[in-house]
Design a protein around this ligand. Structure first.
Ligand code: HEM
Length: 477
C-alpha cells in the first residue's frame, strides 16, 4: 500500500526514533514536523509504533479532506486514557451518535444563548470590569504588578463557569477555581504524545502514578461541574427550581430543559446526567486552557513589541472616542489592525503542538494517494502555522503580514476545520477580541524586570505552554 512519503519506518517502533531525534535536534515537536514537511512535502506520514499517522500541513489539502470530504473524518482517534476516563461520553474524547447529538445540541445552545452577539458581550464585559476592579484596588500610583498567566486563567475560567453553570468566580469561591486550575496544570504534564498512544493497561501497570494523576484529575474536574448540575436537577425534581425553557440562564438550564422534554417523549438517549457531566467538563477544560494560553501568549508578545500595542491603541482610541466607551463587538469591522494582531497571536500561540488525530471511515484519496478505511490523519495545525512557504519568516511576530496580504487570514486555522472543529470558536473569538481590546484601552503593558520569553516552555508536549515565569506591569492610562 502506498502512503504519502515520510521517513523509513522500523518494524514495531516505526518512526519513533526519528521523531525523538528530530524533536531533540530541532528543539521541539513542531520544528520536527516542519523538518519532515520540508523534506517530504505538505502531506507526510509518520509511523507511531506500528501505525502510520498522516499529517497535513497546508490549508488547501486540509480543506479538501476535512471540509469537502468531511463526512469521512468525523471520528477522532481516541487516546485510550482519555476515552477510559470519560467513559466514551462528552465532546472531545467520544465518537458516534451520542457525540454527534451533543455537538449539535451544544452549537445550538450557544447560538440561542447569544454567543458572538450582545448578550454574550455583556457577560464578557462584566467579567472584564470585575477583574479590572480587583486589579485597580491594588494599584500603587496607577501601576499593578500582574501575574498575567493566573490573571487570564481566572478571567477566562470565570467567564466559562458563568456561561456553563451561571457562577462567576468572586472572592468567596475563588479557592474552587484555584483547585480546578491546579488539577488542569497537573493534567497538562501528562498530555504528551506517548501518554496519548499508550493502552490503559500499560499505563496502569508500568506508569501507575501517571495513570492515577490523570484519572483523578479528570474525575475531579468532571465531578466539580457535575455536582452543580446534579444539585440543580434535584431541586428541579422537587419543584424548588424552575427552568425557563425559553430563556435558559446557562448551559445547564438548557440541557435540563431538553432532557426533561426528551425523556417524556422517549427521545434521544444522549440526554442523561452522565452525559451532561462529561460535556460540561469537556467544555470547561477545552475552553479554559486554550483561551487563557492564547491571552498569555498575546501579552508576552505585547511586552516584547510595544510598537504593536501603540498601533492597536491608536486604532482603538479613534473608534471609542478616546476610550470614553468600551470596545464592542460592533466595532469589529473598523479594527483592522487589532484583527490582524489577534490573527498573528493565534498563529504563534497555536495551542496544540500535535492536533487530535482523525480516523477515516471509508476508502479515500489524498493528493493522489489511495487510502484505506481506518487511516489515521490530521490537520497538523501548528506545523501549518509555522509553514514558511505560507507564512514568510514564521518566527517573526508581524501582524502586518495579514494586512499586506488579505488572503493570508484564510490560511489560518487555529480552531481546526471540518466536523471536529472547535465548538467554542465563537466564544473564543469574542473573548479574545473584547479582552485584548478592552485591556489595552485601559492599561499600558510593561515588563516587570525581565522580558517574558515568547518561546514555548514545553516544546515536547502535545499542548503549548507560554512563559509565565515573569510578571507584567499594567499601568493605568
Ligand atoms: C483560543 C481559544 C481556542 C482554541 C485555539 C481552540 C482550538 C481547538 C482545536 C484546534 C480543536 C480541535 C480541532 C480538531 O480536532 O481538529 C478544538 C476542539 C474543541 N474545542 Fe476549542 N479552542 C478554543 C476555545 C474553546 C472554547 C472557548 C470552548 C468551549 C467553551 C472550546 C471547546 C472545544 C471542544 C468541546 C472541542 C472538541 C469538539 C469536537 O470534537 O466535536 N474550545 N478547539
Amino acid at each position: 500500500k502506498k502512503l504519502p512519503p515520510g521517513p523509513t519506518a522500523l518494524p514495531l517502533i516505526g518512526n519513533i526514533p526519528q521523531l525523538v531525534y528530530h524533536a531533540w535536534r530541532n528543539k521541539g515537536i513542531v520544528p520536527a514536523f516542519e523538518y519532515f514537511r520540508k523534506t517530504y512535502g505538505n502531506v507526510f506520514t509518520i509511523w507511531l509504533g506500528p501505525f502510520p499517522h498522516i499529517s497535513i500541513a497546508d490549508f488547501d489539502t486540509n480543506y479538501e479532506v476535512f471540509v469537502k470530504n468531511g463526512n469521512h473524518y468525523k471520528d477522532r482517534l481516541l487516546a485510550p486514557i482519555f476515552e477510559h476516563c470519560n467513559e466514551s461520553h462528552g465532546l472531545v474524547f467520544a465518537n458516534g451518535e451520542i457525540w454527534a447529538e451533543m455537538r449539535r445540541f451544544t452549537l445550538l445552545t450557544f447560538r440561542n444563548m447569544g454567543v458572538g452577539r450582545d448578550i454574550h458581550e455583556d457577560r464578557v464585559l462584566e467579567e472584564i470590569d470585575g477583574r479590572c476592579a480587583e486589579l485597580d484596588a491594588t494599584a500603587v500610583d496607577g501601576k499593578v504588578v500582574v501575574n498575567h498567566g493566573e490573571f487570564f486563567e481566572l478571567m477566562v475560567g470565570s467567564m466559562i463557569n458563568s456561561l456553563l453553570v451561571g457562577k462567576r468566580f468572586e472572592e468567596h469561591n475563588k479557592p474552587e477555581f484555584f483547585h480546578i486550575r491546579h488539577l488542569l496544570h497537573e493534567l497538562n504534564k501528562y498530555f504528551t504524545i506517548f501518554d496519548m498512544i499508550l493502552p490503559v493497561w500499560i499505563l496502569k501497570k508500568f506508569f501507575p502514578h501517571r495513570y492515577q494523576r490523570t484519572k483523578e484529575g479528570m474525575d475531579e474536574i468532571a465531578n466539580y461541574v457535575g455536582r452543580i448540575a446534579e444539585k440543580r436537577f434535584e431541586d428541579m425534581k422537587s419543584g424548588k427550581y424552575i427552568v425557563d425553557e425559553e430563556n435558559p440562564k446557562d448551559f445547564v438550564d438548557a440541557f435540563l430543559a431538553k432532557m426533561e422534554k426528551e425523556n417524556k417523549n422517549g427521545g434521544h438517549p444522549a440526554y442523561t446526567m452522565k452525559s451532561l457531566k462529561f460535556v460540561l467538563s469537556d467544555l470547561w477544560s477545552a475552553g479554559h486552557d486554550t483561551t487563557a494560553t492564547t491571552l498569555t501568549s498575546a501579552f508576552n508578545q505585547f511586552a516584547n513589541h510595544p510598537e504593536v500595542v501603540k498601533k492597536i491603541r491608536t486604532e482603538l482610541m479613534k473608534i471609542t472616542n478616546n476610550g470614553s466607551r468600551p470596545l464592542s463587538l460592533q466595532d469589529r469591522t473598523e479594527t483592522h489592525y487589532l484583527y490582524a494582531t489577534i490573527a498573528e497571536v493565534q498563529r504563534h500561540a497555536s495551542i496544540l503542538n500535535v492536533n487530535f488525530w482523525k480516523v477515516s471511515d471509508g476508502p479515500t484519496k489524498i493528493n493522489g494517494y489511495e487510502l484505506d478505511s481506518g487511516e489515521i490523519l490530521t490537520a497538523q495545525v501548528s506545523a501549518l502555522h509555522a509553514n514558511e512557504d505560507i507564512f514568510k519568516n514564521p518566527k517573526e511576530f508581524n501582524p502586518d503580514r495579514f494586512l499586506q496580504n488579505e488572503k493570508l487570514i484564510s490560511q489560518l486555522i487555529p480552531f481546526g476545520l471540518g466536523k471536529r472543529s472547535c465548538v467554542g470558536e465563537n466564544i473564543a473569538k469574542t473573548n479574545l477580541y473584547l479582552m485584548i481590546g478592552n485591556l489595552l484601552l485601559r492599561y499600558d503593558i510593561q515588563p516587570h524586570g525581565k522580558l517574558p520569553s515568547t518561546e514555548e516552555i514545553l516544546p515536547y508536549s502535545s499542548a503549548k505552554v507560554p512563559d509565565t515565569s515573569v510578571k507584567l506591569e499594567f499601568v493605568k492610562l
